[in-house]
Every structure is written in structure tokens, then in C-alpha cells.
Design a protein around this ligand. Structure first.
Ligand SMILES: [Fe+2]
Length: 204
């Protein structure tokens, strides 16, 4: 199999979301496809270096640069898949009080409202990146994290439960740069809570 076909861009049926326009989504899917393409391309280049089973000294600078970019491109691909996948046009509202997520927000934060305030707070941080609610599979606890760009701040082995893109491209066609809180509310109006709960259950 050609290396360039290892990762295939997924498709997401997300038209008609609340507060996130189809135009934004179409542009965003294109950006996501770019990460898939670039991930495949970097893997192919690395395979090229390894074809003779050794990395020559003169290959080292180019090889290093490609390796350094892997975290950016891989996470850029995978995080967008989590993000698109945890939205639905039938989403929103608050999670079912009997859901696993609701129970975990109470255990780990005291209430769903406090958890949401923390998650949205992360999303409002200055800079370009992601807000992610992770589950620590070793003890089932959840925590909210800021990810710089795509790769800085992810916790090894933690499972992404809810993923929100807060790069400006996620909302600039719909909101002004300073209106990020409006975009965050729009995101919450589309969250697929059943999917979020399924991710938690999958971790058991
Ligand atoms: Fe994005």
C-alpha cells in the first residue's frame, strides 16, 4: 500500500448547525483534509529516508524537521475528527442528568455548571488552540485542558471526551475575533452529548 493512502479524510454530516454556518464548516473540512494530506506526506517522506535502512548524517536536518512537524500534523488531523464528531444538528442543551458525563462533572467539579464554566474558560484563553475535556482512564476522573496549536498540552494516555476548536478559523466567518464567547455558546448548542457519553463508556 502506498504510504499516501494510509489516512483517509473522513466526512461529517454537519450542515444546519446552530450558530456555526455551513460556509464555516465547508472551509473547516478543507483545512482538516489538508492535515490528513500532510500527515500522509510526512509519513511518506520518513519512509523515503528509511528506504536504505539508515539515516545519513546529511539527511539529519531535513529528517529532524519532518519529525518535529509530525505532532502538529497528526494532532491537527485527529483533533479535528474528534471535534466534528462531537457535534450534531440535533445536539445542544444540557447533558441528561443520568448520563455518565453529568455524574463525572459532579464528582470532579461539584456540578455540571462549574465544569462547563471551566471548559468554556479554557476556550476563552488567549491564543490559538483547543479546549479539551480528557478522561484519565486510570481513575475515571475528567479534567479540562488548553492545547496550544495542536500538539502542546495533550496528556499522554488521557482520552479526549469533548473537543472544541478555538483557532480563529473555527468562527471568523460567523463572529468577530472578540466574539469568541458567542462561538463557544454556539458550540455548546451543537454538542452531541450521546457521543460524549459513548466516549466515556468506551473508556470503562
Ligand atoms: Fe480547526
Amino acid at each position: 500500500m502506498e504510504m499516501s493512502t494510509i489516512y483517509k479524510a473522513k466526512t461529517f454530516d454537519l450542515s444546519g448547525l446552530q450558530g456555526i454556518s455551513d460556509k464555516t464548516l465547508e472551509m473547516h473540512f478543507k483545512l482538516y483534509e489538508g492535515y490528513v494530506k500532510e500527515t500522509n506526506r510526512l509519513n511518506e517522506q520518513i519512509a523515503g529516508f528509511l528506504r536504505d535502512s539508515k539515516i545519513d548524517q546529511e539527511e539529519m536536518p531535513a529528517y529532524s524537521e519532518i519529525k518535529r512537524r509530525l505532532g502538529f500534523e497528526f494532532n491537527g488531523m485527529v483533533l479535528h475528527e474528534y471535534y466534528f464528531d462531537n457535534m450534531t444538528r440535533k445536539g445542544g442543551g444540557d447533558p441528561d442528568p443520568r448520563s455518565s458525563l453529568a455524574a463525572k462533572t459532579e464528582t470532579c467539579f461539584g456540578s455540571y455548571a462549574r465544569w462547563k464554566e471551566d471548559f468554556a474558560g479554557v476556550g476563552k484563553m488567549r491564543g490559538v488552540g483547543w479546549a479539551i475535556c480528557f478522561e484519565d482512564a486510570s481513575n475515571g476522573r475528567i479534567s479540562n485542558h488548553w492545547i496550544n496549536l495542536h500538539e502542546t498540552g495533550n496528556v499522554v494516555g488521557f482520552r479526549p471526551i469533548l473537543v472544541m476548536d478555538v483557532w480563529e478559523h473555527a468562527f471568523l466567518l460567523d463572529y468577530k475575533p472578540l466574539e469568541r464567547p458567542k462561538y463557544i455558546e454556539a458550540f455548546f448548542a451543537n454538542v452531541d452529548w450521546a457521543k460524549v457519553d459513548a466516549r466515556l463508556k468506551a473508556g470503562k
